[in-house]
Design a binder for this molecule. Sequence first.
Ligand code: GTP
Ligand code: MG
Length: 544
Amino acid sequence: MANSKYEYVKSFEIEDEIVPPNIIVVRVDGRDFRRFSQVHEFEKPNDKKALELMNTCAVAVLEQFPDIIFSYGYSDEYSFVLKKGTKFYQRRASKILSLLVSFFTSIYVTKWKELFPQKDLRYAPSFKSRITCCATLEVLQAYLAWRQNECHLNNQYDTCLWHLINSGKSVKEAEEMLKGSQKQDRNELLYQSFNINYKKDIQAIFRQGTCVLKAEVEDIVKFKDDGYPVKRPRKKVITVHSENIASRRFWNDQLCLLKELGQFTEDLNKPKTEYLKSFQYESRLIPSTWVVIRIDGCHFHRFSEVNEFEKPNDAQALNLMNSCAVGILEEFKDIVFSYGVSDEYSFVLKKESQLYERHASNIVSSVVSIFSSMYTVKWKEFFPDKELKQPPYFDGRAVCYPSSEILRDYLSWRQVDCHINNQYNTCFWMLVKSGKSKSDAQNDLKGTQAQDKNKLLDRLSNVTDYYNTLPLMFRQGSSVYWEKEEKKMVNNEEGSVGKIRKIVVVKYCNIIDPSFWEEHPEILNEKINCCRVHTLHCSNSYTL
Ligand code: GTP
Ligand code: MG
């Protein structure tokens, strides 16, 4: 089936490659971790286990992605630095920031029990992420000095605040006492009132944050006949603390950093304010346009094999995806519709949405992170007898569509794709199950049209019109949106009292056909006559 009618929508996707020689830094940062740490009763001002969990995630990120060679984190944030000439996902900003935050989140959820065996995860934690481009190594040095200075200032302030509170002051009184205080005043306060020498008595992990980086080590692979060892260099992920990560002494000592990023030529003892604006810059999505956030499972071909999904469609795996999509709609009220198939989901943000002031990285990373978190948390609910064998992670992008017609063509494009892939995969696996090799099955299907495939399925299954007997979820994908539901509240003498409430529903509909949109004008907030115009435009509709 030709897909070309809708493929033009691809042209709305914009290039976001970060060109060399920019050094790419991705910062992952907890979403509303104030609440998360309260609900999970983290110790104040620092919970060592919570920080160790963050460090565990950073180690996993460095072990997973060869191009990430340095990272620095404190509290609920981590910055990851990619090697200079990296070709990682061809340097596309959205891909990089989304898959990193997604992987980080999945590890956070997976490893939770190891660090907190006594505490249940009460809800799915999530992070946001953003990219900072450092044009030179000197800019990267300034970035690192900035983050470590923030760590120092925050930790010193919080240490004072919580000592004051623990000594009987109210939060307000403690805050009042610290208002306008300088670093020196706070050190004095800790020393005079609590006999704490900040530098000596507070642990390095709290004061300095943590670096996770790749170090060059040599493994002995074998011994020669003369007893001489044969060594092979290997990159090993190590965790270190340092007083000043922007100093030459720290940086230039790390062979791997010198090799992949270069050396610091001067020391930097104070943050450089001239770069702050560029570190804080965030681009916005075009106003008054429909925004689609499309997420897609990374290496789900492998993921589905490792986790033994049924082929070609695993109903439980799809139900899990749908359940996460419902969670996303409940979390972000500006998302009015979503459509999912296989390992991908598209979320439609209403035109006038001001979510995160339309900052693209915030929107994409939050959606992808919550989705990954929920997927990991809910796994057991959908697969009670299967261990999750590897962390699931997704990439994401945001694309703006200027009109509802084009938005609907976008959704049609995805649904046509669902149909084409599903029909092909159903044939492919039926041929394989009938005894053909994978390459023979592929050859049999080369150049076949939809009708040929349907005939083949009928013949192999001995069922007339077999394809249409498959569940609608497989053939049409899943549409998730808000619907009004009347709920009978009480039945008394005057009769029953009903209450209308909105719930998120998962339906399997033909969203190419204009009738779906005519029946649900509230989704895109369209007037019916808009749909009528579109009916003409879309006269050549597809049968699914
Ligand atoms: P990237 O997205 O480029 O990282 O590659 P990918 O491996 O995720 O492949 P892609 O997104 O192109 O396609 C999704 C893949 O997920 C399919 O090709 C299947 O291998 C797998 N998949 C998705 N849903 C199911 C399912 O229900 N059952 C099985 N067996 N596999 C599935
Ligand atoms: Mg995929």
